[in-house]
Design a protein around this ligand. Structure first.
Ligand SMILES: C[S@@+](CC[C@H](N)C(=O)[O-])C[C@H]1O[C@@H](n2cnc3c(N)ncnc32)[C@H](O)[C@@H]1O
Length: 214
């Protein structure tokens, strides 16, 4: 159960962006937050990049600084309209992350931020399958999302935030071992880092190269 603030934050972009800015203070501000997942990665202007569940283009705006081939995908036409206006350098596709309307082996990098906690467990599994499918062999999946806090002082903060803005899926997500799911799907975890008292996880996972048996 969420409060009316969830709907309002999706309706009014300024409210969503203000909440994101305030939340990102826990990791040193939004500019830093938006770069956490891609630090240490080599992204060239030719890299093909997908911002999965791109919303209004909050992470897309950073990805286009690196690559000239960024695509944003989201299920919401309103978010995509806003993203197109906010970050016109990217191209956009409407679709579901669990049935991505794009070909196999297309992307060097798939990024998703603050979205996987909105998915039901079955959907999450399907999304990992889809990300694996559309990545090139050796391609990288980066993600930023909630994690069950390690510090006692973060637990009440997360509980209040979830009560205001999130639904049951966010609580289910806290109990999910995302690294294990990624590994089961065939990804190799390159890096997993926790921030903000453990309440935020940043993962870089790699799709293994396909080795042909001769
Ligand atoms: C909390 S917003 C995150 C937006 C942005 N990535 C960010 O970092 O601020 C979650 C986004 O996921 C999108 N979304 C939710 N379920 C989806 C699905 N099954 N397929 C594609 N997009 C989805 C929503 O429309 C929304 O724009």
């Amino acid at each position: 159960m969420a409060t009316i603030f969830r709907e309002l934050s999706y309706r009014y972009q300024w409210l969503y962006d203000t909440i994101a800015k305030i939340s990102a203070l826990a990791v040193g501000g939004e500019a830093k937050f938006r770069r956490l997942a891609i630090q240490n990665l080599t992204i060239s202007s030719d890299s093909k990049v997908l911002d999965l569940c791109c919303g209004s283009g909050q992470a897309t705006s950073v990805l286009v600084e690196y690559s000239h081939h960024v695509t944003g995908l989201d299920a919401s036409p309103l978010s995509l309209q806003r993203a197109q206006k906010n970050v016109p350098q990217a191209k956009y596709i409407q679709g579901f992350a669990e049935a991505i309307p794009l070909p196999d082996g297309e992307f060097d990098l798939v990024h998703t931020s603050a979205a996987l906690h909105e998915m039901e467990p079955q959907q999450l599994q399907e999304i990992l399958n889809e990300v694996y499918r559309i990545l090139k062999p050796g391609g990288i999946f980066t993600l930023v999302d909630f994690h069950s806090p390690m510090s006692l002082w973060m637990k009440p903060g997360i509980a209040v935030f979830f009560w205001l803005f999130e639904t049951h899926t966010a609580w289910q997500f806290l109990a999910t071992d995302l690294s294990a799911l990624l590994t089961q799907r065939g990804f190799e975890i390159r890096q997993k880092t926790l921030y903000a008292g453990g309440s935020l996880q940043v993962i870089q996972a790699r799709k293994g190269e396909i080795i042909e048996n001769r």
